[in-house]
Ligand binder design. Structure first.
Ligand code: HGY
Ligand code: MN
Ligand code: MN
Length: 430
């Protein structure tokens, strides 16, 4: 791009950045948070529940009011499109609108609403862009109702994943396919489009969900990559029996086995402290789950994360060793149902985001942005396989997320959207 064109593109990016309307943004966050809003200030809006479908309809109506074309695909991802002056592949932003069972009002939702605010600001400023700008609300990023996480974005990037996803069942035995079909029926007025369409570049704005930016007193984060993650389901199968009549040395107690394995995992992770390996045993299912019956079956999930994928390899070898070596009358098995290597975002995307964050931060007298790796995974980890992709973070108060207390200062939320506007407009004029 020649210098005059580049200067014009930067001028438009700055104009877009300066056109973000903070009041409209805060109102949009509050409006979406009402869908599944809880008395403790959190949000319960798991993917493809009726509450999520109602929230999707709200987003569709909001996007249409902004003049966007709305499209969906076979994984019920929603795309809100502001046409460009050419039919070149679009620039994509957005995130996910589903939440954890007890989540906050910002995880995911902030990125979707930020994209819509950028579109509203471009409308206000009368800014046209060469490329269309699309804001996406990915289906099932959280992976709590249907595992694994990031089903929508991963199926978009590689549609061959979708058939197996459709078979996954939730705790009520509903398949992901049934839930997607119900969502598509509820949005029958929305144009269907293929998966895996060409995208020029992607920028996802998200809360950090950790303590790094707050501790560094940085208002904005330039995300260099995402750490690796694996999810396992461990199944301990013993024999249900009477709690009062069965001698301790004659039991096949699935809880005793599960707790022994869990304890060994915590000890292992403590020894791996230098690698910053993170272990979470988040979901336990006990059968028959009765106070006076020895558990015959105990299943639990493992979520392990590390910036070094080698550490996760070693973890899996250890898990294999202790589960096969545990001596008892029952059996222990495990399966890995989610695995992602580390993601690294491209340098030229990082320098553009840095430029956007520096301008927004300096104008607000909040200093320079901080570079960091994401501890949480995001849809951007799949989009990075599809097109040049990167992320912008804003701080999380106390580093808290996946909790009703999740919060970010309104001023920081505003800065994040300003940085996004600059980045998206620059990319959309390339
Ligand atoms: O689990 C994650 O990292 C994401 O927040 N769903
Ligand atoms: Mn998220
Ligand atoms: Mn999350």
């Amino acid at each position: 791009m020649n210098q005059p064109l580049q200067d014009a593109s930067i001028a438009l990016a700055e104009k877009a950045q300066d056109s973000i309307n903070n009041e409209r943004l805060q109102n949009a966050i509050a409006a979406l948070a009402a869908f599944g809003g809880r008395d403790d200030g959190g949000v319960a809006r798991e993917t493809l529940t009726q509450i999520d479908l109602d929230a999707r309809r709200h987003l569709i109506d909001t996007a249409r009011a902004l003049g966007c074309e709305v499209e969906t695909d076979d994984c019920a991802n929603l795309f809100f499109r502001r046409p460009g002056t050419t039919d070149l592949p679009p620039v994509l932003t957005g995130s996910h609108a589903d939440t954890q069972p007890v989540g906050g009002k910002l995880d995911g939702a902030y990125g979707v609403l930020a994209g819509l605010e950028v579109i509203a600001a471009l409308n206000d400023a009368g800014i046209a862009t060469r490329r269309a700008i699309e804001v996406v609300a990915w289906t099932n990023e959280e992976g709590s109702r249907f595992g694994p996480g990031a089903m929508g974005s991963s199926a978009f990037v590689d549609p061959s994943r979708l058939p197996a996803y459709r078979e996954v069942r939730d705790g009520d035995n509903i398949t992901f396919g049934e839930a997607v079909d119900a969502a598509l029926l509820a949005s029958a007025d929305v144009t269907r489009r293929p998966l895996a369409l060409p995208i020029a570049s992607c920028v996802e704005l998200h809360i950090e969900q950790g303590p790094v930016l707050e501790r560094a007193h940085a208002a904005l984060g330039v995300v260099t990559g995402i750490q690796s993650v694996r999810w396992y389901k461990v199944e301990c199968t013993g024999m249900a029996a009477h709690a009062g009549t069965t001698p301790m040395d004659e039991r096949s107690d699935a809880m005793m086995a599960a707790v022994a394995i869990a304890q060994q995992l915590y000890v292992y992770v403590a020894k791996e402290a230098a690698s910053n390996l993170r272990l979470t045993l988040g979901r336990w299912q006990v059968g028959p789950n009765s106070v006076n019956t020895i558990p015959g079956k105990v299943d639990f999930t493992i979520d392990v994360r590390c910036v070094d994928a080698e550490v996760l390899e070693r973890f899996e070898l250890y898990l294999t060793k202790i589960t096969s070596g545990y001596q008892w009358r029952g059996s222990i098995s495990f399966e890995c149902f989610f695995s992602r290597p580390p993601t690294h975002f491209p340098a030229d995307m990082l320098s553009l985001i840095e430029r956007a964050c520096v301008r927004a931060g300096h104008l607000a007298k909040r200093g320079d942005p901080q570079r960091l790796t994401s501890g949480a995974f995001h849809d951007a980890m799949y989009l990075a396989e599809h097109c040049p992709t990167a992320m912008i973070f804003v701080p999380s108060k106390g580093g808290i997320s996946h909790n009703a207390a999740e919060e970010t200062a309104p001023e920081d939320l505003y800065l994040g959207v300003q940085a996004l506007a600059y980045t998206v407009v620059e990319l959309a004029n390339r």
